[in-house]
Structure formats: structure tokens, C-alpha cells
Design a protein around this ligand. Structure first.
Ligand SMILES: [Zn+2]
Length: 239
């Protein structure tokens, strides 16, 4: 077997363990999604930091009418990136519980204000490559916390590349969805991260077309306003 030697300029800090040892470590060692400490999927310190952040709520940047738990910064950012990009699915229950608590704190009453939970599906390419849809996992977790059924009401129209990797103008245009009819007329719509609000706005439009008359939108994290302040629009909660 030939070995590949990376140029010195590209090499990372030297890990002297064999590639097998590193692979076994990656497969069998549980690390915190927030700080990478060995142990639990989310260590006590990161849990505490997240809980405190969700008590305060996002500092700014949440589009009007969207309930959010935390700002997409620091530990919260690392945990949500872990869920989205590094297969850290074990944090879902914790993060979903945090968002469910914010929904209740916003005065939303399960079974009367909303009768079901749904989600804005991620891009089909993303779902295929990850093997799961983090927004769906979050919706299922929130639904369990609130004692509500989870229903798939939206399909993402595959109109090209996923959101990341597209230009800001393309992202502001947002993805497109089609809605499915169901007996539910009042639903809680879940996404993982809200930036301009365009994804949730498109999802709400499709739900309304499918006959949902009351939509409460919630996302775990709001991207801080500075990067998209000029693109932020005011979005009503429901039709
Ligand atoms: Zn941690």
C-alpha cells in the first residue's frame, strides 16, 4: 500500500496515532457537540450555556413572527452545526426541548392554538448525503415535548443547489415548497436556523395554499442580524 504524504504547508497538527486508531476513536468515542469533550453528546457545561442562552433568547435578528430559542453564536452554533453537518443527532432531544419551552413561553397552547407540528424540509441533496433531515428530527422532538402529532405537510421543490453555496441574492429568493392537504388547520412549523426568514415564508405560503389557516413558525436559532440586516423583511405570523 502506498502512503500519501501531504505537503508541509497543508499539514495539520501531527496526530501520531494510526489512521485505524483515529477511525475507531471517531466511531466509538462520544464527544460533546458543543466543545468536543469526551463523554456525553452534550456535556454539562454546554447544556448550562445553552440553557442560559435560551432563557435570554436571541439578542437580535429574528424575523418578526418567528419564535426562536437562541442566537446562532458560540456553543449554540457549534451544537447546531454538529446536528446539521457532523451527524450529532444525539443532541436533538435537548435542542428540541429548548425550542418547545420557548414555544410554550410565547403563549402558544398545544391542541388549541396548534394541533400538529410540521417542518420545512431540507434540500433533497442534503437529506441524501446526510441520511436524515435535521428539521424533521427537530419537529419530531418538539412534537413529543408538546404532546402533538407530527405530520409531513411540505415537499421541497428541487429548484437547484442547496441554500449554502448559493449567492446571498439567490438565498434571499429562498427555496420553494408545495403543501399537502390534511385535516390540520393550525400547525407549528419548525426549522433549524432562521436567517432572512425566506425559507419559513415560502413554507408558510405553501401551507396556506394547502388550506392551513393558522401557522406558528419556530426555529432553534436566529443568525445574528449584522450579516443580513439590509435583507431582513417583516413577516407576519399567520395568514
Ligand atoms: Zn461541551
Amino acid at each position: 500500500m502506498s502512503s500519501i504524504i501531504a505537503p508541509a504547508s497543508l499539514s495539520k497538527p501531527v496526530d501520531k496515532r494510526s489512521s485505524v486508531a483515529r477511525l475507531l476513536d471517531a466511531v466509538f468515542t462520544t464527544r460533546c457537540a458543543g466543545c468536543d469533550a469526551i463523554g456525553a453528546p452534550l456535556c454539562h457545561t454546554c447544556r448550562f450555556i445553552l440553557l442560559e442562552a435560551s432563557r435570554i433568547g436571541p439578542s437580535a435578528g429574528t424575523p418578526d413572527g418567528v419564535i426562536t430559542a437562541v442566537s446562532m453564536t458560540g456553543s449554540a452554533r457549534r451544537v447546531i452545526h454538529g446536528l446539521k453537518y457532523r451527524n450529532r443527532r444525539a443532541v436533538v432531544e435537548h435542542v428540541a426541548g429548548m425550542l418547545a419551552a420557548r414555544v410554550l413561553a410565547a403563549g402558544i397552547a398545544p391542541h388549541s392554538d396548534v394541533t400538529a407540528v410540521t417542518w420545512a424540509p431540507t434540500h433533497p441533496d442534503r437529506r441524501r448525503s446526510r441520511g436524515y433531515d435535521q428539521a424533521e428530527l427537530l419537529a419530531r422532538g418538539v412534537a413529543r415535548c408538546l404532546g402533538l402529532p407530527v405530520v409531513r405537510l411540505l415537499e421541497r421543490v428541487d429548484n437547484g443547489a442547496p441554500q449554502t453555496g448559493r449567492s446571498r441574492d439567490e438565498r434571499l429568493g429562498g427555496p420553494a415548497f408545495t403543501g399537502r392537504r390534511s385535516r390540520h388547520r393550525a400547525v407549528l412549523l419548525i426549522d433549524d436556523v432562521v436567517t432572512t426568514g425566506s425559507t419559513l415564508a415560502a413554507a408558510r405560503g405553501a401551507l396556506r395554499t394547502a388550506g392551513v389557516s393558522n401557522i406558528v413558525s419556530a426555529a432553534v436559532a436566529a443568525t445574528p442580524a449584522r450579516a443580513h440586516r439590509s435583507g431582513t423583511r417583516s413577516i407576519p405570523t399567520a395568514a
